[in-house]
Design a protein around this ligand. Structure first.
Ligand code: ADP
Ligand code: AMP
Ligand code: ZN
Length: 218
């Protein structure tokens, strides 16, 4: 049976970090809506141009564009065995669209880990975040530094700081999370799939808590 997991948590909670580790361990496909938008921006697509105007301000990209993009990604063969969604859904409309899409495919959401981190920690996490231009690996200058500053351990490519990780944009992203995404905690609690994870501990400890909650992947 395929397994579908939705990573929930504020910006900087560690969704991307954990989703990548879990995907490696489980063989499930990692889908980050933020990465999909950033690929579109890099490739200068129409969607990329539209999305950039929202991302730069820390606002959400409109639901119809976002839902269409993720639906297309989920229809690809590498999702037949399941997927780990990271950054999607972020609104109730997106969550409802995801339920409908998965149900059409004969699937459902198995687990929604909520990675909890105090709001006071998020800014320090995001202001020290560096990402690989090539493979998307995530580092932190203090908490998870690369062996050589500015260089990816995995492929030697250059690291960069995301333009939406400035303090002003981060503040707005946290506000947007509280207003538009936090209602999904109740949405998934009601469906019996929410699992609270303590995100305010070492990366490996967070991963262990997640693995303990993970359904068998066949
Ligand atoms: P999200 O995808 O939820 O926005 P990331 O996974 O990109 O968050 O993590 C944000 C930043 O915090 C990154 O720089 C990452 O290296 C760092 N980080 C992630 N998890 C932890 C942790 N448990 N402890 C300390 N730093 C962490
Ligand atoms: P992330 O990489 O998850 O931090 O997302 C970066 C930015 O992309 C967000 O601040 C939004 O502007 C946009 N974005 C990513 N995922 C979504 C989504 N599910 N819905 C709307 N906007 C999104
Ligand atoms: Zn890399």
């Amino acid at each position: 049976m395929p397994v579908f997991i939705v990573m929930l948590g504020a910006p900087g909670a560690g969704k991307g970090t954990q989703a990548k580790l879990l995907a490696e361990k489980s063989g499930l496909t990692h889908i980050s809506s933020g990465d999909l938008f950033r690929d579109n921006i890099k490739n200068e697509t129409e969607l990329g141009k539209l999305a950039k105007s929202y991302i730069d301000k820390g606002e959400l990209v409109p639901d119809d564009l976002t839902i269409q993009m993720v639906k297309e990604r989920l229809s690809r063969p590498d999702c037949a065995k399941g997927a780990i969604l990271d950054g999607f859904p972020r609104t109730t409309a997106q969550a409802e669209a995801l339920d409908a899409t998965l149900s059409q495919m004969g699937h459902k959401i198995d687990l929604v880990p909520l990675i909890g981190v105090p709001e006071s920690v998020l800014m320090a996490r995001l202001s020290g975040r560096w990402t690989c231009k090539q493979c998307g690996a995530i580092y932190h200058t203090l908490f998870s530094p690369p062996k050589q500053a500015g260089i990816c351990d995995l492929d030697g490519s250059e690291l960069y700081q995301r333009p939406d990780d400035t303090p002003e944009t981060v503040s707005n992203r946290i506000k947007v999370y509280s207003e538009q995404t936090a209602p999904l905690i109740e949405y998934y609690t009601q469906r019996g799939v929410l699992a609270e994870i303590n995100g305010n501990q070492e990366i490996e400890q967070v991963t262990q808590e997640l693995i303990d909650k993970l359904p068998e992947v066949n």
